[in-house]
Design a protein. Sequence first.
Length: 635
Amino acid sequence: MEGSAASTLAKVPHESGTQPIDTGLRVSFKVYWYKLLHPLLERRGRFFLQGRQHRRYFVMPGDYVSGYTAKFGSFEAEEIAVARQVCRQALGAERLAHSTMLDLGCHIGNYSVELGADFGAVVAVDAVQSYAHVARANLAWNGLEGKSTVVCAAISDREGEVRLHMERHGNLGHARVSQDGDANQDAATIVPAVSLDALVRRLDVQDVSFIKFDIEGHEIAALNGALQTIRQHAPVIQVEVDKGNLPAVLRQVRQTGVAYEAWQVVRGNPACRGGLSRLWTALCAGGNPVFVQQLTGQEANVRHLPCVLLVPKAVRLDWQTLFPMHEVARTARAAELVATLEPNRKPCGDHPSLNDVTAVVVTFNSAHCIEHLAKSLATWPHVTIVDNGSNDRTRDLVAQYLPRARWIGLDDNLGFGAANNQALAQVLTPYALLVNPDCLVGAKDALALLQTAHHWPQAAVIVPQLMDSKGRLQLNYGWPRPRWISRGPEAQGPLCVGNACGAVMLLRLDAMPTREWFDTRFFLYYEDEDLCLRLFAAGLPVVVEPSVRVVHVNRGSVRGSRPLQVEYLRGMHHAMSKILFTAKHQGEGAASRQRRLARLQSVAVLLLRVLLPSPRHLARAWGRVVGFWHAPSSY
């Protein structure tokens, strides 16, 4: 499937502006291999590795549906990521917030869930009743029930009733509206049909800014019934074009009189034609790359279900700067690129509001923290929870106590920094406040940090004074460790520091254009110190506001059913990150010397812990021995 797309695109004449553009997005190896092996794992229309329980998704409650979507939504991850960036850039946050997205052929609601938060309203449509049911549950679970409408109908160019055939694709089925004269009509289901123009009028939709056509085999019929809507609203359109229907689809769109650019989302580099070549590219790129390429002329795209984006030419979208590569973003043009990508973001004014900040919480087996955390975040309009594959009741308690929070559930534990990066890439507010689950940050505390950020407009990070549950101050800031030793009394007022603890951090997001604030090689510990040292070197201030005091229960975020294993992993990750930090900032020689000394010290401490037994401390000491033994001395 991927090879046919690459070979087809390679035939497109390379006119001005038609060179493929690397979006910088990468499909993770886990998802990439899942897609690659899918045809081999499919048997008799069923994906046999899933087992029977995965076939019950039609009637499962919302929490299971969301998990199911996370598994199968990977097949649309690239298209959704590109569509989100295009919508934000082409339409702007203000229009999105006051307009409607139409998800036609919503199946289980991946697009509605992933893009719906940016829009004022969501209309999801599917002809299959069970799909509409699952989409409705998924939207409700993800906090979008209040602004979403789910319709069970076939989008076509006719009104009344049509026949519907189900075609199996792996464990998912696709509905196809039959045309007059189709065989086996007796086996088809009769469903209501409505044109998109009529549906928009019926729902009294005032502004349509994005339409996703995912209706296999009858896109042209659906477009015939949507020409008035397209002509009136000139939305961004994404269409999944079935096989060779692209020229006909483009002709239909041109009948509206609205001039569109057609771009295709391509999984993998279009220049790599062979399977081994594409695999080698994915290995070198750290994941399968995602490209976009402009389609010109009358390409009869033979790739099954290619994602084509149609963007009105009037918006003058600059595709070259829409997806800046990381190397470009590190240059002096970084600030300019951020202003281009998010033109509607404004810093908070003299009277900061919680609308200017998103609370980002990374959880891992943190169920014991959720109830108290929810009380401190009860009045926050924007809360994002990123879960690193917890196996306790974290998700259930978040749904109970923080029902409006955005949930990002990760299948595996990616580490503190990687989880934060994923959430920060999706934050729409000018600021993000990173909050450990064992920290209680009230609304007044957040507003005070925002006020400090207003007085220090060049600061990249603002942190409070942390204290323990007994009111004792914690040493959560200082000078960069490799440069000077911090001495003296605690801060009496706002001041610049070189290092700060990441338990509570207010980030000014336009200070880091790529949104990759943390180095993901640090799985746990030292990622915040590494960030501060990089900001210090770049001349971006880190400011402490000591008047804001936040309770931090040290090592209280993670509990789980195996406390000794938790302590072992803490010790191991701390040791490995310590050596990695030295290797990165002081070189391999310094890291090797530190590792040799740390190995001896950790063994000595382990022997003392054996003589003075404490299971918790012994487990942590053993973890440190293992960590220092396996820590690499080169970055």
